[in-house]
Design a protein around this ligand. Structure first.
Ligand SMILES: Cc1cc2nc3c(=O)[nH]c(=O)nc-3n(C[C@H](O)[C@H](O)[C@H](O)COP(=O)(O)OP(=O)(O)OC[C@H]3O[C@@H](n4cnc5c(N)ncnc54)[C@H](O)[C@@H]3O)c2cc1C
Length: 380
């Protein structure tokens, strides 16, 4: 067993962290306060190979795999999780195109996103069905050589800034529930698409989130991704990959909190001594460090297994579940160690506290992960 990062991985991590340190801090507060998306930073990141880092080189990516992408996500999120998400989730939804799309689709959709020219979205969740993935109601009906799509999608990352989205819709209602869905690419500017930005998020406020209405949206049948009736199963496989990315965000937020509190605990004094000299403070730092170490190993292993062609959805769900818990724990501890200063927006830790919570909600709530993990355990 080799735990050593390769020279390439070390350089990638280092480059991603330096990029984030150079680009994020100046705009971080403004983006958070005013819910500002950051297209210029995303484009610059693309020039540095950080957008679609997981995408194979022949389609314009850096070809560093899911493990490398988790490392990039970690290092960007270590500085600002919202702006980092604008970079690593610029390809969101396109994982399905890479796994199931035709050669033409891969070239048409993946390459411009990696170049920073376009943005992708994955439009799955609906107003009345999130966790219940088989409960989506959006319909795509064949008409001549087209699909005509009707339905509503909710909480879609990149919703108002994307160029295209991979939409989950019922194409075969005559089949059993799980076999009734398909994935279809819908251009964001197609007639009948209405995109409405959702305001007032608790955290990751630099990320764009939208509600999307699809009303008689007509797309050619060649926009089908993979096979008709396989959409549900394709989406389950999609989550194996994207949960590793989200768990990478968790490592980054947690590490960012630890970096910050160690510095603060050395500077801040109480009772004539640095607060870091108190064992109760050290206990919190220790708990953070131990959890981060365990999480990072879990995330890297889950990513490595996918790159080896042996995806382990049990481990991906564990990494995502433990990632959410770890980030929330670390952000909470960071606020506490900052005392009253942790509660005001002059310090980053309150933003991490707000950003961290999303990791227990999207890409499967923590309860959904528990159900997945529990099901596997009981099937043994
Ligand atoms: C900022 C943000 C970005 C997002 N980005 C995207 C995106 O890009 N694309 C996309 O498709 N979606 C996206 N989502 C949606 C996200 O994945 C869903 O919100 C999430 O899956 C939960 O679905 P829901 O909100 O409908 O909650 P519900 O499914 O209604 O769940 C509500 C509560 O009930 C619990 N629950 C549900 N079923 C069970 C059960 N069987 N047993 C026990 N508890 C249960 C849940 O765990 C949760 O606590 C995003 C959400 C947010 C907030």
């Amino acid at each position: 067993m080799d735990f050593e990062l390769t020279e390439e991985q070390r350089m990638l991590k280092d480059m991603a962290y330096k990029f984030a340190q150079a680009e994020f801090p100046d705009v971080s507060h403004e983006c958070d306060e005013h819910e500002k998306y950051t297209p210029e930073i995303r484009k610059k990141a693309a020039e540095n190979g950080l957008v679609g880092a997981w995408v194979p080189e022949e389609y314009g990516g850096a070809g560093v795999g899911i493990l490398g992408n988790a490392m990039v996500t970690e290092e960007l999120s270590r500085v600002d999780a919202g702006i980092g998400l604008n970079i690593v989730a610029a390809t969101f939804g396109s994982e399905a195109i890479n796994d199931y799309g035709t050669e033409e689709q891969k070239k048409e959709y993946l390459t411009p996103v990696c170049r920073g020219e376009q943005v992708s979205a994955g439009a799955f969740t609906e107003p009345n069905a999130g966790t219940d993935v088989a409960g989506y109601q959006t319909r795509a009906v064949k008409d001549g050589s087209d699909y005509v799509i009707n339905g509503n999608k909710m909480f879609i990352t990149n919703g108002t800034v994307c160029d295209f989205m991979v939409v989950q819709a019922i194409t075969n209602p005559e089949n059993k529930k799980h076999a009734s869905f398909s994935m279809i690419v819908v251009p964001a500017d197609a007639k009948g698409v209405t995109r409405t930005k959702i305001h007032g998020k608790l955290g990751i406020r630099a990320s764009d989130t939208a509600e999307i209405a699809l009303e008689d949206v007509r797309v050619p049948q060649e926009n089908l991704v993979g096979k008709e009736g396989r959409g549900f199963y394709q989406l389950m496989h999609f989550f194996d990959t994207t949960r590793v990315m989200v768990a990478g965000q968790a490592v980054g937020i947690s590490q960012g909190c630890l970096d910050t509190v160690i510095k603060y605990a050395k500077e801040r004094t109480a009772f004539g001594a640095p607060i870091g000299s108190f064992q109760l403070t050290q206990a919190k730092l220790t708990e953070m460090a131990v959890r981060i170490e365990a999480l990072r190993n879990m995330v890297y292993k889950a990513g490595w297994l996918i790159d080896e062609g042996r995806p382990d959805y049990h481990l991906a769900a564990m990494a995502k579940y433990y990632g959410g818990q770890t980030a929330v724990y670390c952000a909470n501890a960071a606020v506490e160690i900052h005392g009253g200063y942790g509660y005001i927006d002059e310090y980053d830790v309150q933003k991490w506290y707000r950003d961290a919570k999303i990791l227990e909600l999207y890409e499967g709530t923590k309860e959904a992960e528990i159900m997945t993990i529990g099901r596997v355990l009981m099937s043994r």
